[in-house]
Design a protein around this ligand. Structure first.
Ligand code: NAD
Length: 337
């Protein structure tokens, strides 16, 4: 069944079959697709109806060099200010496509078909489009809302299991931030959520609704949007220090660590932190920190969200409610020693 969520007047999220939705929501006129080779191979009928540009895969490709190449290909295709850019892919593709669209000829309209769970519940929603510079993630970017985002749960069937699980960490995050009922549903489903289309669609929608609500309230991350960083202060640091842990796996460990830190600060009862661990393990996450906490903390020190020497840390206070606290680095460090 098709569902829509309105973020603001400019942007609509559609959950349903991608091909049918595209026929309805694409504006009249020229469309150029930006995608990657996996999507082109798996979904040629979505991609090859249009002129298309293929970008590389992995964080290394989410760069200004790629953006420059895409600009040149758009120029070679004769794309002008009336051209609509359609990003079809995961977060890497939609970040590149959004950034290109926001800047090409001072900005053209764009939309996404988001094809990973992480993309559907997080990367494609909210209008942040960024690329990496040197080793720093999302250092350059724009705030600009896509006209639409299409999320087709059927497309997740071709996604490798590990990628699917990575996206599930962000679903759990949304549940802890603002939706206790979603958390309970995940507890009831457990591992079977990965194999049941209806459950997958419902939990995806639940997480999308949380992010959409938060983004509509705070488009530029001045307040409530910071809650979406739950688990990410430590998660980013873990991701940076290791090679074999992906973003979702690192965020899962980060959420577990911060939930127990919240218990030590007297902000949350221990049984709630145990529920966080229990659900993440049920969903297949390994919560063992794969390196020394001191290495992780050293990396946190350089967290770019640090301002006036203070870290803005998101703590859960119960399932479905979180709070942001400002801590000096040494106060933060003490929570883990
Ligand atoms: P990704 O885009 O790298 O996709 C993962 C892999 O899955 C790729 O190899 C891709 O080709 C493949 N793939 C995609 N869809 C598929 C499908 N349906 N079937 C089979 N294979 C498929 O990874 P991701 O996790 O989607 O996105 C990560 C990126 O998102 C990071 O760069 C991160 O910074 C960014 N992000 C952005 C925001 C934002 O607000 N802009 C938020 C969160 C994350």
């Amino acid at each position: 069944m098709e569902r829509t969520i309105q973020i603001n007047q400019a942007s609509t999220l559609y959950v349903g079959r991608a091909a049918e939705l595209l026929d309805r929501v694409l504006p009249v006129g020229r469309t150029v697709v930006i995608t990657d080779a996996n999507i082109d191979r798996l979904y040629p009928s979505l991609v090859r109806r249009f002129d298309h540009i293929i970008v590389g895969q992995g964080e290394g490709c989410k760069s200004l060099q790629t953006v420059d190449r895409v600009y040149r290909e758009l120029m070679a295709l004769g794309a002008d200010r009336s051209t609509f850019i359609l990003g079809i892919g995961g977060g890497i593709v939609t970040d590149i496509a959004g950034f290109v669209a926001a800047t090409y000829m001072r900005g053209v309209e764009f939309g996404f078909v988001s094809t990973t769970l992480l993309g559907q519940v997080d990367a494609s929603i909210g209008g942040k489009n960024g690329v990496n510079v040197a080793d720093y993630k999302n250092m350059v970017g724009t705030f600009r809302q896509p006209r639409f985002v299409i999320m087709d749960v059927e497309m997740l069937r071709t996604l490798p299991k590990r990628e699917l699980r990575a996206g599930m960490a962000e679903v759990v995050k949304s549940a802890i931030i603002a939706d206790a009922a979603l958390f309970e549903r995940l507890e009831r489903c457990g591992e079977s959520v990965y194999n049941t289309t209806e459950d997958m669609q419902e939990v995806m929608l639940g997480a999308v609704a949380v992010k959409a609500r938060i983004v509509a309230e705070d488009e530029r991350e001045g307040g409530v949007r910071r809650l979406l960083n739950l688990g990410h202060t430590l998660g980013h640091a873990i991701e940076k220090c290791t090679h074999d842990v992906n973003h979702g796996e690192a965020v899962a460990i980060g959420m577990s660590l911060i939930a127990h830190a919240a218990v030590r600060r007297g902000m949350m009862v221990e049984s709630e932190a145990m529920r966080v661990d229990g659900l993440l393990r049920q969903l297949g996450f390994n919560l063992e920190l794969p390196l020394d906490i001191c290495d992780v903390l050293r990396e946190v020190k350089y967290d770019k969200k640090k301002r006036d020497n203070l870290l803005r840390v998101v703590f859960p206070v119960k399932i479905g409610e979180c709070r942001v606290a400002e801590l000096s680095f040494s106060e933060f460090e003490q929570l883990f020693k």
